[in-house]
Write a protein that binds this ligand. Structure first.
Ligand code: FA5
Length: 338
């Protein structure tokens, strides 16, 4: 019996099959158990030797069962591990990646430069009241400068801001001097588009107010910005210009070499010393809001520039309209890299 049992145990190739063999021999009514049950019928002198024999057989069968069970369990575990194994050598699936819009990249560069110089960053509304976009900036309704910035008017008498200079007023009404502030955002003009003009574009506004601020501070700041953008050798140029909210006023340009070896003057924006009428308008608004008049008698400078112009040269984009045409062939080139 021991031999056939061991043969059957060896032949069992699954845990279920082994269980059947186990029941057959050492289960409650298994063959070995039954054999033990017959002991009582034997004469006492045979009973002892026969009992010892059967116990040896049972122990051998049990040992073989245990060993086989362990082997089968190990094999089952190995098979499971094998089937669930992750092959780390397989090439991964590429994840789709987005990218920052070139205008966002230019803004990030500019904001980093100005925050390094201690400027606060402010955000303001694109839908604006006429007073903040024009009057308070020394541009009354009859002023010819209004025609320089053709305006999208809303039915409720408000407008889409034509420049970020509205933030000069809003920021000064909210904050006491002295201050250094930059503000980014979209602006809108009702004008025909061409390769360098869009009806919606972006500006970065800067404002500094304090005592004894001069044109030299303004020029130094623009030069520092140019060096931050284009390195130590960047040159800046100022030309007299007219904006009602500054006196004197200027346009500024930066001379730079782009990666394709072109070098040129880039007309970037307008700037100047804050006009006294602007400080007066701010103090009027502050007074209406129950705040002290702190601006008249102060000095300051302001500037406003177009990041599209920087991005066009930096990335070799020949037409401003590409930025907003949602053409994946253009914007796809900016995927992933920072
Ligand atoms: C202004 O908007 C003034 N607010 C700038 C300023 C601020 C002057 C503070 C003095 C003190 P201007 O209209 O020139 O100025 O526009 C400034 C810059 O915006 C331009 O130099 C140009 O870079 C950009 N820009 C103007 N119009 C467009 C347009 N249609 N499309 C794209 N960029 C434009």
């Amino acid at each position: 019996m021991q031999q056939t049992a061991i043969q059957e145990i060896t032949a069992a190739d699954t845990l279920d099959a082994l269980q059947l063999v186990k029941t057959k021999y050492v289960g409650k009514s298994g063959l070995v158990t039954k054999e033990l049950g017959t002991l009582g019928k034997l004469p006492p002198e045979e009973r002892k030797t026969r009992g010892a024999e059967i116990n040896v057989i049972r122990a051998a069968i049990q040992a073989a069962l245990d060993e086989k069970e362990a082997t089968l369990k190990r094999a089952a575990l190995d098979a499971k591990l094998q089937s669930e194994a992750i092959d780390v050598t397989l090439p991964g699936l590429g994840l789709p990646s987005g990218g920052l819009h070139p205008i966002s990249r230019v803004y990030d560069d500019l904001i980093a430069i100005f925050t390094r110089m201690g400027y606060e960053v402010a955000e303001g509304p694109e839908v604006e009241e006429e007073h903040y976009n024009f009057e308070a900036l020394n541009i009354p309704w009859y002023h010819p400068a209004r025609e320089l910035q053709d305006t999208f008017w809303l039915e409720d008498g408000r407008l889409l801001r034509t420049h970020t200079s509205n933030m000069q007023i809003r920021y000064m009404v909210e904050h006491d001097p002295d201050l250094k502030m930059v503000s980014r955002g979209k602006v809108y003009r009702y004008e025909a588009t061409d390769a360098t003009h869009e009806a919606m574009f972006h500006q970065l506004e800067g404002l500094v107010v304090g005592d004894g601020i001069s044109m030299a501070d303004l020029k130094g700041t623009i030069a520092e910005m140019a060096r931050g953008l284009y390195g130590a050798g960047a040159k800046v140029r100022f030309q007299p210009s007219y904006y009602p909210f500054v006196e004197p006023g200027a346009d500024f340009a930066i001379y730079w070499n782009n990666p394709r070896g072109e070098s040129k003057w880039l007309e970037l924006g307008g700037c100047g010393m804050v006009h006294p009428n602007v400080f007066k308008a701010v103090d009027d608004l502050r007074e209406q809001a129950g705040k002290p008049r702190l601006y008249e008698g102060k000095t300051g400078f302001a500037f406003g520039l177009g990041p599209e112009r920087i991005a066009m040269l930096k990335y070799g984009i020949p037409d401003i309209r590409y930025f907003y045409a949602n053409d994946p062939r253009v914007m796809g080139q900016f995927r992933g890299e920072l």
